[in-house]
Design a binder for this molecule. Structure first.
Ligand code: ZN
Ligand code: ZN
Length: 751
């Protein structure tokens, strides 16, 4: 039987008949991406079935709430718009009950469940699924809901875990974990699609053809036209002939004329090239990227960054350890040898990455003004601790300084702006020079560090027996727990009625969480116990200091050196006052040991206790720097104006850093000024000159032109400068004094 004439569907709550106002039902519909594929869960299905159920139960009217996007039921109303609307409508009191296909439409975690049930309780709303009324007020009803929700949560966790395991397993055996094939490769589905689009085959025909070309459904195969481009990109990037770059499996696939073409293009281009130049070259050769568009630098770089063409598949082991979804870029994940054929020789991957690291970041240090600022991003404000940026001033940028980012953005007015910072600007030249001179003096043996190391050593010696004891205790508890879990599990298996089963299930969940907590603790303690304290910290410190000195001696470019120091020793500079700065380095005592055994990412997270911090305060004010007044006195009367007038130049305090000007103020022979002077000699004056003569604002003069005043005699300089004769100026003066302007003014000014 159809539901459509037995039940009313309402969209706007304010239009409901008063008699049936409190009789409403709210149907909630939600799907996730995976669920929508399964049968019976699509939005129309849920909606129709829900309306049918409502009609059969004789409910008066229904409002349907459909989540517009695929959302998970773990999220709360800020991400679920339909649920938010529903909760809003509940507050009006017009709705008597909410219902959905199953309670898992509303929640899949205990947190969301508790929040939502609390709302239902306060408004006294009934809660139904398609089968029956659910009781959430009595103890047993609550318990049943809880167990079901826990089961939902468990199912969700298990599924995501299973998918993770599946993907990892695939990566380890070298197979792709799903998704479309990367650039350079193709698969059966893609070949089939191309047959349908280009040849106009129907689906069955295209499938048959595709099976002939690629028999295995899930594997990736080399796409020759894309492989050609890939080969060109890598060989020009490495400046190696394509025949040395291509893998032995891929080479025989290219026809001789294609091999010749690739080699020809390579020899005609000026290698090596960066990603942007490669993109340009490809576009000139009429190659197009995977979407049929011209190449650009970042697309080329993404090819260079993708290890697939080198015959690897990757898996993000770091996130796997943390039980999180993968988020590392491919090039930083763990590599596995793939079963698909490589296009590029696998051993070249390291070489390509080395070229990339050499090309990027470090070399782009020149600013537009031609100055480099070796300390930018490394120097920090001593007041607000934000980093300082480099700036320069003046015509030829003679005065460069580092300024606190907050000051540069919010200004120095700390009284009116709480975010401002009034830390003074640091003279870049002084700071850079004095740090360059004092770098090596940083590497002095820190005697106080040894004392604190001894302290930590003693502390650990004391702690160790306690830690061991705690570890043994946990081991014992774990054993007891295992027995308990076994017991309740068998009780759950053999239970005869559902109440007994529920109880056992509940107990099992409790025990499991307890067990997990204990496992975490055990791991922690185990790690702590396995840490070994180094035998001779003095030796390691000395070794590291020698390495530091060697590095300082090796790199001559300041910017590159500071960056290398920052990477290895966390080099940074703190500015304390205008002329007092403090360079700092940190030496990680575990660095050498860690480098051997840990993956790169974890190595960077250094243990605080193993850090030796070295720093030195430097006064950067040059000793021979005079007070500004003495300097002005000395320079006064030494500099003559270049224009030939014979006057001396007035020296100001700003001239020390910005340089002394060549002309006296107003004497500069700008071409336009000379032109104007010639017009003045002929008796022609500009508006700003007239404004000074008559004491009228120049915008007033402009406004009154053609009304109170006459039009200009002539206009020069692209019609921008208006010129008037002396005769005209006299008439203007008379007109102004005659007060004819008053007629133009509005009446309120009359008296
Ligand atoms: Zn600051
Ligand atoms: Zn002069």
């Amino acid at each position: 039987m159809s539901w459509d004439n037995r039940i009313k569907i309402v969209n706007n709550l304010s239009k409901i008949d008063v008699n049936i106002l409190g009789q409403g039902s709210a149907l909630y519909v939600r799907v996730t991406r995976e669920e929508s594929i399964k049968q019976g869960l699509s939005i129309p299905n849920q909606r129709n079935r829900g309306l049918e159920v409502a009609a059969n139960r004789g409910w008066k009217w229904v409002k349907v709430y459909v989540e517009p996007k695929h959302v998970s039921a773990e999220l709360w109303i800020d991400k679920r718009t339909a649920l938010a609307e529903l909760i809003n409508d509940l507050k009006t009191g017009k709705i008597k009950r909410v219902f959905a296909r199953h309670q898992d439409r509303f929640w899949r975690s205990s947190e969301v469940r508790d929040k939502l049930l609390q709302i239902l309780r306060t408004h006294e709303i009934e809660f139904w699924d398609f089968d029956s009324l659910k009781d959430y007020r009595t103890a047993s009803g609550k318990f049943a809901l809880k167990v079901q929700a826990d089961a939902c949560e468990y199912e969700k966790d298990i599924t995501s875990e299973r998918i993770r395991e599946m993907k990892r397993g695939k990566a380890m055996s070298g197979r792709p974990a799903g998704g479309p094939p990367p650039y350079g490769y193709t698969c059966q589905a893609r070949v089939k699609r191309e047959f349908m689009q280009k040849e106009g085959f129907n689906e069955e025909e295209a499938y048959r053809k595709a099976c002939e070309v690629i028999p295995n459904k899930k594997e990736w195969f080399i796409n020759l036209s894309e492989a050609e481009v890939l080969l060109l990109i890598i060989s020009t990037y490495l400046s190696k002939h394509p025949s040395l770059v291509v893998s032995s499996q891929c080479l025989p696939k290219f026809r001789p004329e294609i091999q010749k073409r690739i080699s020809h293009i390579f020899q005609n281009s000026k290698v090596p090239m960066g990603s942007h130049r490669i993109a340009e070259m490809l576009n000139i050769q009429d190659y197009r990227n995977i979407n049929g568009h011209p190449w650009n630098g970042s697309k080329v770089l993404s090819i260079i960054n993708n290890p697939t063409a080198f015959g690897y598949v990757t898996y993000d082991e770091v996130s796997y350890e943390k039980k999180q979804p993968a988020n590392l870029p491919r090039r930083n994940s763990k590599f596995f040898r793939a079963i698909h054929e490589p296009i590029i020789h696998p051993e070249l991957w390291q070489e390509v990455q080395a070229v990339k690291n050499r090309n990027t970041a470090n070399l782009r240090t020149k600013s537009r003004t031609g100055r480099t600022y070796p300390l930018s991003k490394l120097i920090f404000c001593g007041k607000c601790h934000s980093s300082m940026r480099a700036m320069s001033q003046g015509l030829k940028r003679p005065f460069a300084y580092y300024v606190c980012k907050k000051r540069s953005y919010y200004g120095a007015d700390i009284k009116n702006n709480p975010r401002a910072c009034d830390f003074p600007r640091i003279n870049a030249r002084y700071a850079e020079e004095s740090i360059w001179k004092n770098l090596l003096s940083l590497a002095q043996f820190p005697s106080d560090a040894l004392a604190s190391l001894e302290k930590i050593k003693a502390q650990r010696r004391k702690q160790r027996p306690l830690l061991k004891e705690a570890y043994e205790q946990i081991k014992k508890e774990q054993m007891v727990l295992r027995g308990l879990v076994q017991k309740y599990y068998s009780r759950f298996e053999t239970s005869r009625d559902s109440a007994e089963e529920d109880l056992a299930w509940q107990k099992l969940i409790e025990l499991k969480t307890w067990q997990n907590e204990l496992n975490d603790k055990e791991q922690e303690l185990k790690q702590e116990l396995s840490k070994k304290w180094m035998r001779q910290p003095e030796k390691i410190i000395n070794y590291q200091l020698e390495k530091f000195k060697a590095l300082v001696g090796k790199i001559k470019n300041r910017r590159l050196l500071y960056q290398a120091l920052n990477e290895k020793y966390r080099f940074r500079v703190v500015a304390h006052e205008r002329y007092l700065i403090e360079p700092r380095i940190e030496i990680d005592l575990l660095q050498r040991k860690r480098a051997l055994e840990l993956p790169e990412l974890t190595r960077k997270i250094a243990d605080e206790t193993h850090l030796i911090k070295l720093s030195k305060r430097i006064d950067i004010q040059p000793a021979d720097r005079k007070p500004i007044k003495a300097w002005i006195q000395e320079e006064q009367g030494k500099h003559v104006c270049v224009c030939g007038c014979g006057h001396f130049i007035q020296i100001g305090p700003q001239h020390r850093t910005k340089g002394i000007p060549r002309y006296k103020f107003g004497h500069h022979t700008f071409p336009l000024m000379q032109k104007m002077r010639r017009y003045n000699e002929k008796g022609l004056y500009t508006i700003s000159q007239i404004s000074k003569m008559l004491g009228i604002g120049h915008s007033t003069i402009r406004r009154c032109l053609g009304r109170l005043f006459l039009e200009p005699t002539m206009t020069v300089f692209r019609n921008k400068i208006k010129l008037f004769t002396e005769e005209q100026i006299k008439i203007m003066k008379l007109a102004w004094l005659g007060g004819k302007l008053k007629k133009d003014k509005p009446e309120i000014f009359e008296n």
